[in-house]
Ligand binder design. Structure first.
Ligand code: SAM
Length: 285
């Protein structure tokens, strides 16, 4: 079978499984299975696949048709222009989370620090937020915290791949518990924010494959992770420290009000590229 034929067969299988961008995904899948870039497929459309390559393409296509997310199959995902590794133990970084990175960078550019500034990525997952921030803010050091060992192993792999071992500390922990007062200058977090009544409307890729503990919040107290992080951040941040969190359009207005009650005088709301309220941020007085 040639590369062109393999792409066609996979695209048909994925379309039949109800996958919207079947052709694009087929190209990404075949390219990753052959360990080449997508452009290679066009230039070498008539190349015949080796037996081992064909087996890998078939196996991966079956998994994708069963709605396993492509990044869990290829172990590759792009975030803020960086290629990261991802696996079943960690949430797949989303494009909208890049907004948190943007918020941090534009705030950080306006600050001057006497000492080396430190950011904390609470609930770091693959390490995406901390890694993207540190690659663009070379004077900063970072700490990535997660309660999941599986996620931290993936974050450690990404840290090594991007040469950030000297600048990013990864630790297992419960949000900011035990972090020294006045030890950080920015705290960023994308905590779980899916409500149980939203679960059934999520794509099967999310419901069946991504870690529930990275997604779901209790219906009776959906702001619980934000409250824990925000109250601890009041102690952990050095003024005028930044707290920036990702949330859902449904929770964003309530969260902004709650931040005022918890001691942040002027919370800001930001929309994502689709026009949904997505980021809430504030600085401490
Ligand atoms: C929505 S995911 C975000 C992952 C990553 N920051 C991103 O944006 O792609 C939430 C992360 O918070 C972690 N988490 C959940 N509860 C936690 C807790 N109590 N303490 C630390 N991390 C927690 C999960 O393991 C998961 O990695």
């Amino acid at each position: 079978m040639t590369i062109a034929q393999a792409v066609q067969v996979v695209a048909e299988a994925l379309a039949e499984a109800g996958i919207a961008e079947a052709r694009r995904e087929a190209e990404v899948l075949v390219a990753a299975a052959l360990r080449v870039e997508r452009a290679y497929l066009i230039a070498h459309a008539e190349q015949t696949l080796a037996t081992e390559q064909l087996q890998r393409v078939r196996g991966w296509a079956r998994r994708r048709a069963a709605r396993e997310p492509l990044p869990y199959i290829t172990h590759r995902v792009w975030f803020y222009g960086l290629e990261l590794c991802v696996g079943r133990g960690a949430l797949i970084p989303r494009p909208e989370t890049e907004l948190l990175v943007e918020r941090f960078l534009s705030w950080a550019r306006q600050q001057t620090f006497k000492e080396t500034p430190i950011l904390i990525d609470a609930g770091t997952g693959t390490g995406a937020i901390a890694i993207a921030c540190l690659t663009r803010a070379p004077q900063w050091l970072g700490v990535g915290i997660d309660r999941s060992h599986a996620a931290l192993r993936i974050a450690a792999h990404n840290r090594r791949q991007l040469g950030l071992e000297p600048r990013l500390l990864l630790m297992q922990g419960d949000w900011l518990r035990g972090i020294r007062p006045h030890s950080a200058h920015a705290i960023l977090a994308n905590p779980p924010y899916v409500l149980p009544d939203e679960w059934d409307s999520l794509a099967p890729e999310i419901r069946h494959y991504e870690p529930r503990g990275a997604l779901l919040v209790p219906a009776e107290d959906p702001l619980q992770p934000y409250r824990t992080i925000a109250l601890a951040a009041l102690q952990v941040l050095c003024p005028p420290g930044l707290l920036a969190v990702e949330t859902s359009p449904r929770l964003a207005p309530t969260l902004a009000e709650a931040l005022q009650r918890w001691g942040y005088p002027n919370p800001h709301l930001e929309q994502d590229y689709s026009g949904h309220l997505r980021v809430v941020w504030a600085t401490i007085p």
